[in-house]
Design a protein around this ligand. Sequence first.
Ligand SMILES: *Cc1c(COP(=O)(O)O)cnc(C)c1O
Length: 380
Amino acid sequence: MRPLRATVRRTALAHNIGVVRAHAPASRIWAVVKADAYGHGLLRMLPVLAAASPAGPDGLALLELDAAVQLRESGIAKPLLLLEGFFSADELALYSRHRLCSVVHSLEQVAMLEAAPPPGVKGAAPIDIYLKLNTGMNRLGLSAQDFATALQRLRACSNAGAITVMTHFADADGPTGVTEQHARLMAVLVEAGKRSGLGAQLPISMANSAAILRYPETHADWVRPGIMLYGCTPFTDEPAFNAAHFGLEPVMTLSSEIIAVQTLRPGDRVGYGGTYTARQDMRIGIIACGYADGYPRHAPGSDQIGTPVLVGGTCTRTVGRVSMDMIFADLSPVPQAGTGTPVTLWGDGLSADEVANAAGTVSYELLCALAPRVPVDVMG
Ligand SMILES: *Cc1c(COP(=O)(O)O)cnc(C)c1O
């Protein structure tokens, strides 16, 4: 059997939920499980996700409606939050039937709620709303003015249930931070409170992983951790704030083996395009893992810079170009390695953050890109 496999450890997910609780003890937790739990497999993680709070999360946030319905059908009774909300009015009946909580980020969505049949008609129940304010990311979210309008209209709309205020930070992981965005949200709430006597007392949700770890003032009522649950750091540009620094444990380990060895003479080149040239006699190991498995094709393997990889527990680097099914590792630091030697691409002993960093991307992308052809073992 091809030796490449991913192993996912539920105990690590449970541990990382504990890290979130330790940082935000007064907040409830939406575990962000979009993109099939960041590539780990939503249903594989279910025993931990379904565990009662505080061991498990208080709710699950995602944006795929079919997956949310699947969670309900798997018996999950916890709150479920759809992060992009509904896209058309015909989805509202499903939201109502399955008690799905929806982000509302546009006046178009408000209008759809107003136009839907009132609760009680065909058994419809009001839908709980996360009303989203744009605080500078300029992706989803209402302007301050539209936010006040939406709040008033939703208050008057019998299809809207409980309202929570939310925003998403653009730079909680970067140098600019969240201070200005946080202040904007608070100002809008104070204004809404003054105008209509509501707003100020509504529950609030702001913090992603980076804000949870770095900005306690943003924790509020509900936090929304994603990447940290899977054991990676949101601070991709700050080596000191790595996953180990926060005590996060990797949930996914991608492992394989050396399936062949080549002995190179000076001047021999490696892989498509021959982008790596041996300077001296050396051995290289051929690893069963390529970009069709989700390994980043842009991971460097040039003379100057390679991508870290563990061979027989020793950290070495890739050489040559990543191909569809294989990569190459420099065996110089591991002379005893040969065919059959175990390899860790990322996970235990080598954070996906380090691999992503070398490849000019983020661990989020590596985890989500794990290909369906890779078999997954579940532990814990
Ligand atoms: C994905 C997402 C999160 C989680 O972000 P992380 O950086 O992975 O913690 C939180 N909130 C929203 C709205 C998201 O889309």
